[in-house]
Design a protein around this ligand. Structure first.
Ligand SMILES: O=C(C[C@H]1NCCC[C@H]1O)Cn1cnc2c(c1=O)CCCC2
Ligand SMILES: [Mg+2]
Length: 511
């Protein structure tokens, strides 16, 4: 089993493919865009599920499950929502030997499946707020080049769908969910994100507004949409007739109450997050897994055992290693020992480094004599020692330090590549330096499209990074944290626009 043969700053997609394959995260199948999630990646998905389930349960969200298939009639209930995506819907047209009367859509998302039920389920304001979520798989028959985890034809996600009496209550939940999404990335995956709102151009057509968290992949200098939380307004309620009688209306005896449409949200978080984590933290030795989502946080490897080591010395050492494992298990550390005979320590180190195990403890006769274990962090070169009596306390602390250091390193990298650009002549050169840009923008859709066109390809003398095909920059979000007030009379960055700038908008090439 050799290591990664392509450097991360070489052919990135080759590096990425080797890292996820040799790290046993994912396996290809004979269907393009459909992948096997091996236990190593599925365990990370379970950490995410446990974390998020705990938080949404506190919000009164209940998990449920709706059918994989959606009738064409149901899917068409919301016209413009689907029109924009029709090309991505996969259909079932045969059952066994017979053709189906009516073809069935494989769910690409479940708004239309759930909201005809919501129309029945929600009769009165006492049924509100209704908060349901499902963990499932969806299929989108994208033709864009598939990238494992980041862009696949089938992916796993959770999709939350809620109904509220007022816009305010819906808006509060949209933000609460966005914060939980940011927390999954930042506190679990050690991946920094920028919170913001999608521009009209980039939001999902069925939404009233879309809140988003945007990541950044330093290796290729592109942004990536990390998760979205939408307020749908009353649009779907009108399409699906989800109404209640107005509880605030004072009616005279026998007078009919007015019907009002509910306010809805929908929010989604996908297995793309696993790919983002790999791309940001992985290195030339393979995966680097943040301790909070590492199935194996610590691996103990015996060292210094040679043919000359006496049987009793070996026995003694192995017993001490077992002792260390017990102490760590009792300290709630997820620990493994690698006692495989016939494999050198170096071979074992390489193996566990490929798997991204955050911390290795080396333990040999010399360590035993000195009363220490030797530590080797996966995220940093170099070794250190911990006195054996301190292991139960120091190892968990060291794991937390690794988690924090991984996040801070990625956050510094993102901050260093998020550049304020005030004039158009700086836009493409700064973009080509693997940056995302913060620019004063008019928020106009056509202007965004123009910027996308005018930022394709390279400019004289500045070779666009060969890996980032000459795609243009699109708007990623209007960051909640605006860098500074927009000075009176500031013009939109796009010289062809001429409008006043309304907000600082983050632009970038993206996945
Ligand atoms: O899925 C959403 C909105 C919403 N769906 C639920 C989770 C949150 C959020 O993603 C947008 N969207 C994206 N892609 C597609 C569709 C679609 O509605 C429908 C048809 C196929 C492709
Ligand atoms: Mg899409």
């Amino acid at each position: 089993l050799i290591g990664i043969t392509e450097p991360k700053d070489g052919d990135l997609s080759e590096w990425y493919q080797q890292v996820i394959l040799k790290g046993d995260m994912l396996e290809f199948t004979d269907i393009p865009g459909c992948y096997i999630y091996q236990p190593a990646s599925y365990r990370i998905w379970e950490f995410i599920q446990d974390f998020f389930n705990e938080r949404i349960r506190k919000m009164g969200v209940k998990n449920c499950y709706f059918p994989l298939f959606i009738s064409e009639a149901n899917l068409q209930r919301e016209k413009d929502h689907i029109e924009g995506f029709a090309a991505e819907v996969a259909w079932v047209t045969e059952g066994g030997k017979s053709k189906l009367e009516k073809r069935l859509a494989v769910r690409p998302t479940s708004e239309t499946a759930m909201y005809s039920f919501y129309s029945k389920r929600i009769r009165s304001h006492r049924d509100l707020p209704l908060k349901m979520n499902q963990w499932n798989n969806v299929v989108r028959w994208e033709f864009k080049h598939a990238v494992p985890f980041l862009r696949s034809r089938e992916f796993l996600w959770q999709e939350g769908h809620t109904a509220h009496l007022t816009e305010e209550e819906a808006g509060k939940e949209v933000m609460e969910i966005l914060d939980h999404y940011a927390s999954i990335y930042e506190d679990l995956l050690a991946v920094p994100v920028v919170k913001g709102q999608k521009t009209k151009n980039e939001q999902f057509p069925g939404a009233y507004y879309t809140k988003t968290i945007e990541g950044y992949i330093p290796a290729v200098g592109r942004g990536i949409q990390a998760a979205t939380s939408h307020c749908l307004g009353q649009h779907f309620a009108k399409m699906f007739d989800i109404t209640i009688e107005d509880p605030k209306q004072d009616v005279k005896e026998g007078e009919k109450r007015n019907k009002i449409h509910v306010w809805q949200n929908s929010w989604g978080f996908t297995t793309r997050s696993i790919g983002v984590m790999v791309l940001i933290h992985g290195d030339n030795k393979g995966l680097v897994i943040p301790p909070r989502v590492a199935e194996v946080q610590v691996v103990i490897v015996p060292v210094g055992v040679t043919a000359k080591t006496s049987a009793e010395a070996k026995e003694k050492l192995y017993n001490e290693i077992e002792g260390l494992r017990t102490v760590l298990e009792d300290a709630s550390v997820r620990v493994e020992t690698d006692m495989r005979e016939g494999y050198s320590p170096g071979y074992k180190f390489n193996d566990w480094e490929l798997k991204g195990v955050p911390l290795r403890l080396e333990f040999g006769p010399k360590d035993s004599q000195n009363g220490v274990v030797t530590t080797s962090r996966r995220d940093k070169d170099g070794k250190d020692t911990i006195p054996i009596p301190d292991v139960a306390k120091k190892v968990p602390e060291l794991l937390e330090t690794i988690q924090k250091d991984m996040f801070n390193k990625a956050a510094d990298e993102y901050a260093a590549h998020r550049k304020i650009v005030r004039q158009w002549s700086d836009f493409v050169p700064t973009l080509n330096d693997k940056n995302v840009l913060l620019v004063p923008h008019c928020l106009g859709g056509p202007c965004e499209d123009q910027i996308k066109d005018d930022s394709k390809g390279n400019i004289e003398g500045q070779e666009v990074d060969a890996r980032a095909p000459s795609m243009g920059a699109k708007s990623l979000c209007i960051p909640h944290d605006q860098p500074e007030p927009i000075a009176e009379g500031t013009k939109c960055i796009n010289p062809k626009c001429g409008q006043n700038a309304e907000k600082w908008v983050m632009f970038g090439r993206s996945y």
